[in-house]
Design a protein around this ligand. Structure first.
Ligand code: PGA
Length: 253
């Protein structure tokens, strides 16, 4: 059985002390929650990661995640953070290819494929993001867009490595807008993605892959989204910044 995952993406929010406080409050609130096989993730800013990882390390099924990482090992890449640096502070996950990275920082599928490989080589679980913009939803090209993002970003991997990846489907028109994909709209795309993976890697790999939904997930809609057959959790922005809201979403897993 594939695990469900609720991952917070704090984006460029929270100072060090705020981040530690938030992670601590959620971990405290999880004391009465049986996560079973499921996972909780805090996607914190780089400067907070080592301290947030101290909060999560040793807590079963709770992880600290980067929001980005370099495709390079080390060297003259001013401003970048490597997988080795993440490993060294106890971080074992990284969000790769968030739509904001694609849009504002020019990250392409080809670049993201390199980042995914770099993550896997360093035992970092990549949460690989894909999703269409509003115009692509409206002109009905969204499946082609998603197929391209998934195949160009991930399908260079062999089956063993693909099995280490998590995919997040985030329709860009639903991110931070308050507008959510309906459970049926999201399910359709999740099933489509799982089918792409099944065609390339076989059914077993596809069935074991966790595919998260992101885009205005909140306590009021989390349960109905995550009840859909192919929706295995959420990548949560705004609602991950409040411990009580994030805990409510975790409990809806
Ligand atoms: P949101 O962000 O939950 O605030 O819509 C989700 C994301 O961008 O990962």
């Amino acid at each position: 059985m594939r695990s469900k995952i609720v991952a917070g993406n704090w984006k460029m929010n929270t100072t060090l002390s705020q981040g530690v406080e938030l992670a601590t409050a959620v971990v405290e609130g999880l004391k009465n929650v049986d996560l079973g096989n499921n996972k909780v993730v805090f996607g914190a800013p780089f400067v907070s990661l080592s301290e947030v990882a101290k909060v999560t390390n040793g807590v079963n099924n709770v992880h600290a995640s980067a929001q980005n990482m370099s495709q390079h090992n080390a060297g003259a890449y001013t401003g970048e953070v490597s997988a080795e640096m993440l490993n060294a502070v106890g971080v074992d996950m990284a969000i790769i290819g968030h739509s904001e990275r694609r849009e504002y920082f020019g990250e392409t599928n080809a670049l993201l494929a390199e980042k995914v490989s770099q993550a896997i080589e360093n035992n970092i679980t990549a949460i690989y993001c894909c999703g269409e913009v509003l115009a692509e939803r409206k002109n009905n090209t969204f499946k082609q867009v998603i197929e391209q993002q998934v195949s160009e970003g991930l399908f260079h991997l062999n089956a063993t490595d693909l099995a280490k990846v998590v995919i997040a489907y985030e329709p860009v028109w639903a991110i931070g807008t308050g507008e959510t994909a309906s459970p049926e709209q999201a399910q359709e795309v999740h099933a489509f993605i799982r089918n792409l993976v099944a065609n390339k890697y076989g059914n077993e790999v596809a069935q074991n892959l966790s595919i998260l939904y992101g885009g205005s997930m909140k306590p009021a809609n989390a349960a109905e989204l995550m009840a859909m057959e192919d929706i295995d959790g959420g990548l949560v922005g705004g609602a991950s910044l409040k411990a009580d809201m994030f805990l409510d979403i975790i409990k809806a897993m």
